[in-house]
Each structure stands twice: as structure tokens, then as C-alpha cells.
Design a protein around this ligand. Structure first.
Ligand SMILES: [Zn+2]
Length: 76
């Protein structure tokens, strides 16, 4: 007589792939923020060219104009 046992098989797939954002190097560029009134470069920043393709415009304080002006992004 053959007895059949019911087997419970637990298949634990502990295959957690914890892929973090693999940021590639070389896409980050240095940008400057230039006062649109006097043209003075007051701020520098860095951005990823892959994520941010459009040009940035910030309302920042310009020491030359002594007020907040529109600062446009320019590349070196
Ligand atoms: Zn200015």
C-alpha cells in the first residue's frame, strides 16, 4: 500500500533586488545663474542634464541690483 503524503513546499524566493538609482556619471553639468537685469553671474549650481533638460529660471537676489531679479540659467 502506497501512502501519499501531502507535502507543503515553501518556496521562499528571497531574491530581493534592491537596485538603487544607478546614476551615471557624466550627465551632471555645472550651470550658472545670471541676472537678467545686469548680467552678473551670481549663483552656480549643478544639474543632471538627463533629468532637467529645460532651462531653469530663478528669482534670486542680485547684489549688484540690490533686489530680487530673474536669474536665468546659462552654461559655461
Ligand atoms: Zn543684477
Amino acid at each position: 500500500m502506497v501512502r501519499e503524503r501531502s507535502r507543503v513546499r515553501l518556496s521562499l524566493s528571497a531574491n530581493k533586488e534592491n537596485k538603487e538609482n544607478m546614476a551615471k556619471k557624466g550627465n551632471r553639468v555645472v550651470i550658472y545663474f545670471e541676472c537678467s537685469v545686469c548680467g552678473r553671474k551670481n549663483y552656480t549650481s549643478r544639474k543632471n542634464n538627463n533629468n532637467t533638460k529645460d532651462k531653469l529660471t530663478l528669482n534670486k537676489f542680485c547684489p549688484k541690483c540690490v533686489k530680487h531679479t530673474e536669474h536665468k540659467e546659462i552654461k559655461k
